[in-house]
Design a protein around this ligand. Structure first.
Ligand code: NAI
Length: 259
């Protein structure tokens, strides 16, 4: 009988994907749902939640959406409890919800509000989500996967976007510490660095000719990334195939970072 590789089968596993109602998060969600996982996507926008939930249920009827602002500790705790209530467990956590720079002012003109609004979602939100998920995974005692969505700005910085870049750099540091600390529980932790991806977050930039003229020639693949470029990495990192793969930073950027 022909050899059949079954390492990517996610049947019986449960994924929590924050910011899963659009963009990269929905790309992750489509991938893991297609591989058999039960998926809970969390987002703040009820219309986007409903549309994404319906779309995912076409792939796997068990998919569902929760309204949750990840910057609110209480909402995160309630949402994680609701996932466990509904699906009985959590096997993978993708703290992917994030917002971009809230203004285009210079760093010296940033208000406290500009700074804190980004940190609240991109860093505190990731902390609340990962803390609740790891607590559940440790209690289950069967391992798990943590997949953080960082950004090239973690390494290169972002002019006028220091708050955003700081959160993305902090996510790499969190991931490395988690990969060591969680190894004893058979929980792996990795980060994805997407290149320039066509989502709601980048819509304004991609409609700006000067930006496109400068950036597109620096992408060897000569196209923007799309959310479905992220399904496969989500399946892999959540699967048994990746059980010994931890502490890594995986760039999915069409070659942008090495060109
Ligand atoms: P997006 O705007 O399509 O998705 C962001 C998601 O986060 C949305 O679903 C939104 O509803 C959700 N969200 C925002 N604030 C939230 C909150 N307080 N609570 C819960 N959910 C919230 O943008 P995209 O591009 O898909 O972003 C996903 C992640 O990828 C972000 O962390 C972003 O920083 C990161 N990223 C994006 C890149 C790109 O080129 N689009 C490049 C590198 C990283």
């Amino acid at each position: 009988m022909a050899y059949q590789y079954e390492g990517f089968d996610l049947t019986g596993k449960v994924a929590v994907i924050t910011g899963g109602n659009g963009g990269i998060g929905l790309g992750y969600a489509r991938g893991v749902a297609a591989a058999g996982a039960d998926v809970s996507i969390w987002g703040t926008n009820p219309d986007k939640n409903a549309a994404a939930e319906a779309e995912l249920q076409e792939i796997n009827p068990s998919a569902s959406a929760l309204r949750c602002d990840v910057s609110d500790e209480e909402q995160v705790e309630e949402s994680m409890a609701a996932v466990v209530e509904r699906y009985g467990r959590v096997d993978a956590c993708f703290p992917n919800a994030g917002i971009g720079t809230q203004n285009q002012k210079g760093f010296h003109e940033h208000s406290n509000e500009d700074w804190f609004s980004v940190i609240d979602v991109n860093l505190h939100g990731v902390f609340f989500t990962l803390r609740a998920a790891t607590r559940q995974m440790i209690a289950q005692g069967e391992g798990g996967s943590l997949v953080l969505t960082s950004s090239g700005t973690a390494i290169q910085g972002a002019a006028r976007g220091q708050a955003y870049a700081a959160t993305k750099g902090a996510m790499l540091a969190m991931m490395m510490g988690l990969s060591v600390e969680m190894a004893r529980y058979k929980i792996n932790a990795n980060a994805v660095i997407p290149g320039w991806i066509d989502t709601a977050m980048t819509e304004r930039l991609f409609n700006w000719d000067k930006f496109v003229d400068n950036v597109m020639p620096r992408i060897p693949m000569r196209r923007w990334g799309v959310p479905d470029d992220f399904g496969a990495i989500a399946v892999y990192l959540m699967s048994d195939a990746a059980r010994w793969h931890t502490g890594d930073v995986i760039k999915i950027d069409g070659g942008f970072s090495i060109f």
